[in-house]
Design a protein around this ligand. Structure first.
Ligand SMILES: *Cc1c(COP(=O)(O)O)cnc(C)c1O
Length: 405
């Protein structure tokens, strides 16, 4: 299935495979995966069961999602969790006190909070570095490093790290590489095929795709590590419910179709923004002006649905005015849903980060993040154009001399 991304034609393979990896019910022929809303399973004799004994350990609906997710990411094992953060938490639990993590500096805020405010007190140390340059990763590694943690693209400046190169470093030093693949989704990028050991997802975003569920996934390449993740899933208990498992399966059915449209719309919006006189910088890996465009093109089949930009009037107030006045872009955190969302990181997702640290990470006062949805691109551009127009009018009015009555 051809997917136009910029001037290049990429191929989203696997759409047919994914749709048909979702099984029909062998018992009844139901084409939709049944929701097994049960806590326990009746046994024929003590210890004799049909593969299920207690639903924290295993549930048929969740198991179906896990099998589909393992196929999507080409891993041996997948485990579904109650949130993306619970999935991240399960990966950190592979470590022990004294171990160290090297993590991307532009990390998801919730992962930053978990690493520094929960796990540091258990003796796990984290070093943050700019992983877009593989030498930084190399330099941050110590004999105690057991895990390298990257996101690519990152949030909200959409920096891209070279997964294969970092996987090589991880292999050389005997560490695991885990990629948070939430922003790209497996429709565009399969980190395990590039040498990563683990992938996590906030399935809340593109996999679910409809802003109606909070869910997380871990996929392991190696069966032995997969077994440890499944052990942690059962031992710690942060499992995904049968109904939410069903919602994520239903989302995955249209993943490739949706992501194709997200990419096309995001590129159109990014190209529009790049030419707008009120815009300072556009962050989108699909633009040739993006500093990591070449590696993005090499390791992914498309550039995703998130676009960020800054205003020439680089003030908090200008961004607040902008995000408060769009009509189709709804003001909300999160991404990957059908409806377009707009967010002002300095006041929303990145509010708890100290101002200087935030600005140093490239998240300017006026930076605005868009999750470009599945509306018609022309309508989305018209919404942005009207908002720029409104702001320009307000600025002109403010600059006019006050009338004296
Ligand atoms: C949302 C998000 C998470 C956390 O997922 P939840 O489902 O909200 O717990 C982790 N990583 C990234 C990149 C995210 O966008």
């Amino acid at each position: 299935m051809p997917c136009l991304a910029g001037n290049n034609t990429y191929y989203m393979s696997n759409a047919t495979q994914v749709i048909h990896s979702i099984p029909t019910d062998p018992l009844t022929g139901a084409i939709s995966v049944p929701i097994y809303q049960t806590s326990t399973f009746v046994q024929e004799a003590p210890g004799v069961n049909k593969g299920f004994d207690y639903a924290r350990t295993n549930n048929p609906t969740r198991q179906t999602l896990e099998q589909i997710a393992a196929k999507l990411e080409n891993g041996s094992t997948a485990a579904a969790f109650a949130s993306g953060l619970a999935a991240i938490d399960a990966v950190v639990k592979l470590l022990k006190s004294g171990d160290e993590i090297v993590a991307v500096d532009d990390i998801y805020g919730g992962a930053f909070r978990l690493f520094t405010q929960v796990y540091e007190k258990f003796g796990i140390k984290v070093t943050f570095t700019d992983t877009t340059d593989v030498t930084n990763v190399f330099n941050a590694i110590t004999p105690a490093t057991k895990l390298i943690w990257i996101e690519t693209p990152t949030n909200p400046t959409l920096k891209i790290s070279d997964i294969a190169a970092i996987a090589q470093v991880a292999k050389t030093y005997g560490c695991l590489l885990c990629v948070d693949n939430t922003f790209a989704s497996p429709a565009l990028q399969q980190p395990l095929n590039l040498g990563a050991d683990l992938v996590i997802h906030s399935a809340t975003k593109y996999l679910g795709g409809h802003c109606d569920s909070i869910a997380g996934l871990v996929v392991a390449k190696d069966a032995e590590i997969g077994k440890q993740i499944k052990f942690i899933q059962n031992a710690s208990g942060a499992i995904l419910s049968p109904f939410d498992s069903w919602l994520i399966i239903r989302g995955i059915e249209t993943l490739h179709l949706r992501v194709k449209q997200h990419c096309a719309n995001a590129l159109a919006v990014a190209q529009y923004l790049e030419t707008h006189p009120q815009v300072a910088t556009v962050y989108y890996p699909g633009l040739p002006s993006h500093p990591n465009h070449a590696i993005a093109k090499q390791q992914a089949k498309g550039f995703g649905g998130v676009v960020s930009f800054t205003l020439k009037n680089d003030t908090l107030q200008a961004a607040v005015n902008f995000v408060s006045n769009t009509e189709l872009f709804l003001l909300a955190e999160s991404l990957g849903g059908v409806k377009s969302l707009i967010c002002h990181p300095a006041n929303m997702t990145h509010k708890t980060i100290p101002e200087a640290t935030r600005q140093a990470a490239g998240v300017a006062d006026s930076l605005i993040r868009l999750s470009v949805g599945l509306e018609e691109a022309d309508d989305l551009i018209a919404d942005l154009a009207a908002t720029f127009q409104l702001l320009a009018t307000q600025t002109t009015q403010q600059n006019q001399p006050q009338a004296v009555n």
